[in-house]
Every structure is written in structure tokens, then in C-alpha cells.
Design a protein around this ligand. Structure first.
Ligand code: SAH
Length: 252
């Protein structure tokens, strides 16, 4: 059984890549994939680049070309829900494309001909991912450098579990963030890939889970918070939480 770990950007999974045992690089569909072993599992690490189409293509390639049996996305996102702060973790229970609108033919956000707007993640995989995140955050002193914690104000990062929304837009103004919150009050975080991967996994019947570390608040400061956070912090989260998650799963 092969597990795929998918991110948009290299900084979201750099440390996992460094740890991978017997890494083999494969170029396919204009993308980089690296196969190998880690914590008792056969893995494919993949970078989709940014946006829904790039993510969907990569997910389909992981399933068709690499035969993966499950996909977990790890990356960063903008916090939307009240109390979802920079440094917190959001584990998706379901995902929705916030920029999909075929109304009045179909209800707003519904994916035409699927009869649904929301795509659920796999309950078992996500439950274990949330548990791994909970345990990892409780031990943040051990893996998150005190200097980084102080610089980004990550005193007591929290775990959230719920709706993540995706769209082909970097949400970087207070006005847009408030509009999204008003339209989708349950949404905890916004990013640009997850719901596309969830739809592909739904089509193929492949279990999917998604974890996002909050890099910004999707407001006017988002573009200044974002690059440094991704560079300095995101990969430590992926390494710590996905490491704990892989150790928790039966070997594969
Ligand atoms: N300046 C960056 C652009 C990154 S786009 C670069 O040049 O590389 C933002 C990425 O982080 C996307 O992959 C998206 O999934 C996630 N993300 C983080 N914060 C976001 C926000 N506020 N709105 C949308 N996506 C966000």
C-alpha cells in the first residue's frame, strides 16, 4: 500500500523529503514525485504547485500512475473562522470550492452534476491525523524552536477540525475575508487546492485527509505574513504531525 503526501509548495514538505529513505525521483506530467520509505510506510511525496487544476492533475497522477491507496495533503492556509490563528492547525472534515458558482442552474457552490458542494474527507484517516496533530501540538516545545514561536507569536497553537474552503484566489484583503466568512460561516480556513483533491479522491474512491497550518489570517497582512512563515515554519509542522500520523498507522 502506497501513501501519497501532497503539498503545493516545497517549503510545505521539505523536512519530510529530507528524511525520506531510499528516495527515487520521478518526473511525470511536468511535476516532481519522489518515492521512498518513511516510518514503516511506502510513500510518494508530490508537489502540485498552486491552484485547483494543478492539484487535481497531481492527485489524478498519484492515483493512476503511482497507484496510491490514500492521499494526505499538508500545507498552509489562511485562517477564516474566529479564533483560528496563525500557527494553529486545521484538519478538514469536509471541503468546498468557494469560487464555484453555476447558479441559477445549480445552487451556489454545488459542483454541477454531483449534487453536492461539500466533499468529505475519510473519517478514519482524518481522525488519526487530528489525533496526531493534537499530540504534536501538546509537545510543541520539542520541535518548534522557541525563537520561531516568539517571532510568529505561536504561544499555544490550537487544533481545529471542520470545513476548509478552496478557490483559485489568494485571499489577502480584510474585505474579501469578511465576505467569505459571511457567505460560509462554518469555514475555518481558506486555501487553493484541497477541495479539488477531495473531488478527485471522491471520483476514484481513494481515502483523503487534509491538514493545513494557518500561515496568515487571509486579511490585508496576508501577503506579508505568508512567505516568511512558509519558509520558516510550515515544513516543521508537516514533519512533526505527519511523522506522528505515519507512526500511528499500521505499517504499509
Ligand atoms: N507568494 C506565493 C504564493 C502562494 S499562494 C508564492 O509565490 O509561492 C498561497 C498558497 O498557500 C496556496 O498554495 C494556498 O493553498 C495557500 N494559502 C495560504 N494562505 C492563503 C490565503 N490567504 N488565501 C488562499 N490561499 C492561501
Amino acid at each position: 500500500m502506497t501513501t501519497a503526501i501532497l503539498s503545493a509548495l516545497i517549503d510545505e514538505q521539505r523536512h519530510l523529503l529530507d528524511r525520506l529513505e531510499a528516495p527515487q525521483r520521478v518526473a511525470h506530467a511536468g511535476r516532481g514525485f519522489v518515492t521512498g520509505r518513511l516510518h514503516g510506510h511506502t510513500l510518494v511525496l508530490a508537489l502540485s504547485r498552486i491552484g485547483k487544476v494543478a492539484a487535481a492533475t497531481t492527485a489524478a497522477a498519484l492515483i493512476e500512475r503511482f497507484g496510491v491507496s490514500r492521499i494526505v495533503f499538508t500545507g498552509v492556509a489562511g485562517g477564516l473562522g474566529a479564533g483560528v490563528r496563525v500557527g494553529d492547525i486545521v484538519v478538514a472534515s469536509e471541503l468546498l470550492q468557494h469560487d464555484l458558482d453555476a447558479s441559477p442552474l445549480f445552487p451556489r457552490h454545488e459542483v454541477p452534476l454531483y449534487g453536492r458542494a461539500r466533499f468529505p474527507t475519510d473519517a478514519d484517516l482524518s481522525g488519526r491525523l487530528a489525533e496526531a496533530a493534537r499530540q504534536t501540538l501538546a509537545q510543541a516545545d520539542g520541535w518548534l524552536d522557541a525563537g520561531l514561536r516568539a517571532r510568529y507569536g505561536l504561544a499555544t497553537p490550537a487544533l481545529h477540525h471542520g470545513l476548509i474552503v478552496s478557490g483559485d484566489r489568494f485571499v489577502a484583503t480584510g474585505a474579501e475575508s469578511r465576505a467569505l466568512q459571511a457567505e460560509l460561516p462554518e469555514a475555518l480556513a481558506v486555501e487553493m487546492e484541497g477541495a479539488a483533491v477531495a473531488q478527485v479522491c471522491f471520483d476514484y474512491g481513494v481515502p483523503f485527509a487534509a491538514l493545513r497550518t494557518v500561515s496568515d489570517r487571509a486579511d490585508d497582512a496576508a501577503h506579508t505574513d505568508f512567505p516568511a512563515f512558509v519558509r520558516d515554519v510550515a515544513s516543521h509542522y508537516s514533519d512533526a504531525v505527519l511523522g506522528a500520523w505515519l507512526r500511528m498507522l499500521p505499517n504499509s
